[in-house]
Design a protein around this ligand. Structure first.
Ligand code: ACO
Length: 398
């Protein structure tokens, strides 16, 4: 019997197909740092408890002027610089987030406009902390099908806005930030080799942010009395057990799909939720914990942003070389989980590299025009409304 070729075999042999490679990356975190000691003044906790139970020392908190879209925009701009891609070359922008500014317009649409990506489709993707891996896989499939050439996938969060700052079991865990990658079509085999996306909605009560359209919280048999509208609720110990189980399973499944084994893996970039979860996954897989990227001591859990932020730092630290096999693994609300295997296809970033000078200037011009174009359009609409009212005309007639 002829065994079907794994996706990896097809990639290795070169089948004239299209492959999605990561060609740019960027991250953005707020300047404001909230330490464990600062938290001691907000809730009954201690630096010692947080460090030993989670591995977190500090996290970043967005200022009033920062938002999911503004952090995501900065990360995307950096990724476009590394990739040396113009905004007009982008076909698709996906923002994985649980903390968008609006239900609509999406954070992705806001970023699309602010980049001046006038030929791009844009949407937000809701898969909590697994969202970035889901997003990369959506972009990968669109590229491999030939439907698009260039995609920007962003994980961006302002978790500080949906935390219950009186709930010490959640507010100490999360932070704000964004990370982004640019994916491009290439005939060179490699890039995204496989992905496993999973969901189990029966765990919806374990991790949630009730919002518009939620059941009446006071009468709900489904949600616990601790749930509050627009605030995160989490049953930490249950999520912990779920996370340690699915990380190993999904990594092995994604590797199998790619025709690889754990021995082929150079680096695992996991969702940054808890150092103990990472250690337990490493133990279960019998992998040295040094092969897992971990930066949650400095950023906490930034949900959908955690994997791209950890990826950016690993690249900056020179931990990723050409042809390395990387694994991304995420888990979170939904419940959702996802793992992905990639063969790194571009050389590590050259320090200070920011693409060709002309393209860089064109990107800056695009951002400037987008910002002022939007302001002018809005002023135009306001003046129009004002004039119509003055002249006693109904807006609908116009
Ligand atoms: N400071 C001091 N004590 C605390 C704190 C705190 N911040 N939080 C909880 N405690 C107490 C509890 O009240 C409890 O006290 P008790 O024994 O007197 O009742 C005790 O510490 C132990 O509480 P546990 O909840 O059992 O603590 P645990 O060791 O499980 O750690 C934690 C809690 C850190 C939340 C852990 O369960 C965890 O990391 N869970 C997974 C979270 C995760 O992975 N989320 C991923 C997805 S997030 C997303 O999708 C958006």
């Amino acid at each position: 019997m002829v065994m079907p070729k794994s996706e990896r075999d097809l990639a290795r042999n070169g089948d004239g197909g299209i492959y999605a490679h990561v060609v740019g990356w960027g991250m953005a975190v707020p300047d404001m740092i909230l330490t464990n000691h600062d938290l001691e003044a907000i809730v009954e906790t201690s630096d010692e408890w947080i460090r030993t139970r989670t591995g977190i020392t500090e996290r970043r908190i967005a200022s009033e002027r920062e938002s999911t879209a503004s952090l995501g925009l900065r990360a995307a701009q950096r990724a476009l610089d590394i990739a040396d891609v113009l905004p007009t070359e982008i076909d698709l922008i996906i923002v994985a987030t649980s903390t968008p500014e609006n239900i609509f317009p999406s954070a992705a649409s806001l970023i699309q406009h602010r980049l001046g990506a006038v030929k791009a489709g844009a949407f937000d993707l809701s898969a909590a902390c697994s969202g970035f891996v889901y997003g990369v896989e959506m972009a990968n499939q669109a590229i491999r099908s030939g439907s698009i050439t260039t995609a920007v996938v962003i994980g961006s969060e302002t978790m500080s806005r949906i935390l219950d700052w009186q709930d010490r079991s959640t507010c100490i865990l999360f932070g704000d930030g964004a990370g982004a990658v640019v994916l491009r079509a290439s005939n060179t085999p490699g890039g995204v080799l496989s992905a496993v996306l999973r969901s189990d909605g029966s765990g919806a009560d374990m991790l949630s942010i009730p919002t518009v359209g939620s059941e009446d919280l006071s009468n709900s048999y489904f949600l616990a009395s601790e749930h509050r509208m627009f605030k995160m609720y989490m049953n930490g110990s249950e999520v912990f057990k779920f996370a340690t189980r699915v990380i190993g399973e999904s990594i092995l499944e994604a590797l199998h799909k790619a025709g690889l084994t754990l021995n082929d893996v150079s680096l695992v970039v996991p969702h940054q939720a808890n150092a103990r979860i990472i250690q337990s996954a490493a133990r279960a897989l019998k992998l040295d914990v040094d092969r897992f990227v971990s930066n949650l001591d400095r950023y906490g859990n930034t949900s959908a942003a955690s994997i791209p932020i950890a990826l950016c730092e690993a690249i900056e630290q020179g931990r990723i070389k050409e042809n390395d096999n990387l694994v991304f693994v995420g888990f979170g609300g939904g419940l959702t989980w996802a793992a992905m295997v990639l063969q790194w296809g571009v050389p590590p970033a050259i320090e200070g590299f920011a693409g060709s000078r002309i393209k860089r200037q064109r990107r800056r011009a695009s951002y400037f025009l987008a910002r002022w174009g939007m302001r002018l359009q809005r002023w135009g609409r306001t003046i129009n409304r004002f004039t119509n009212r003055l002249l006693g005309r109904s807006e609908q007639k116009d």
